[in-house]
Design a binder for this molecule. Structure first.
Ligand code: AMP
Length: 190
């Protein structure tokens, strides 16, 4: 089973992906985490992308595609991936399908966490104190939310057509959201 989870920054994608990964023995593939690791390790790529990430912009489709292909092509993770933060635009959604077909896989469910901008701003200011992410401040949070909104509509339409999309209310508590997601996944596992 491969799952895609998306939602605006601060929607709880990371928390819920981690929960799903543990409960259903999947591997959480967070493009944001992979990119932040490159920055932390001061790799050549990390140096190139740090200012892009810190200003709330998206890095190039090619960079993230190369990162995720390493996992999709690895048999250890075959049919065990949860994509957290990818795709973020239509081009990435199409690319993900192409990559999965190349490695004889498919997406089984797409989860969209719906959360308002008001809630996002509050959560991001709370998270700032805990995680100290350079891109977690109110102005950048609003910019990241707008960036998400600008790109995501065609992705939603793309997945609606394939009947894979499930919308989850991301305004409720962490455990309520986890329960709802579990119910949906158990539904497709049969
Ligand atoms: P996240 O942890 O998912 O909020 O991602 C943090 C930042 O990493 C984003 O604001 C982007 O700058 C970058 N990023 C993560 N995933 C992608 C992606 N799929 N495409 C482009 N940039 C991404």
């Amino acid at each position: 089973m491969n799952i895609v989870i998306f939602g605006p920054p601060g929607a709880g994608k990371g928390t819920q992906s981690n929960f799903i990964a543990n409960k259903f023995q999947l591997h959480q593939l967070s493009t944001g985490d992979l990119l932040r690791k490159e920055i932390k390790d001061k790799t050549k790529l990390g140096n190139e992308i740090s200012s892009i990430i810190n200003s709330g912009n998206l890095v190039s489709n090619q960079i993230v595609s190369d990162l995720i292909e390493k996992y999709i092509s690895n048999s250890i993770y075959k049919d065990r991936l949860i994509f957290d933060g990818y795709p973020r635009n239509l081009s990435q959604a199409k690319n993900l399908n192409t990559l999965l077909i190349k490695y004889d896989q498919q997406i089984d469910m797409v989860l969209k966490l719906s959360v308002s901008l008001k809630t996002i701003v509050k959560r991001i200011s709370d998270r700032k104190n805990l995680e100290k992410r350079a891109d977690d401040n109110e102005d950048i949070a609003i910019k990241r939310f707008q960036m998400y909104e600008k790109n995501i509509d065609p992705v939603i339409s793309f997945y609606k057509e394939t009947n894979l999309l499930k919308v989850v209310n991301g305004e409720t508590s962490i455990s309520e959201i986890s329960n709802e997601i579990s119910r949906l996944i158990e539904g497709i596992k049969g």
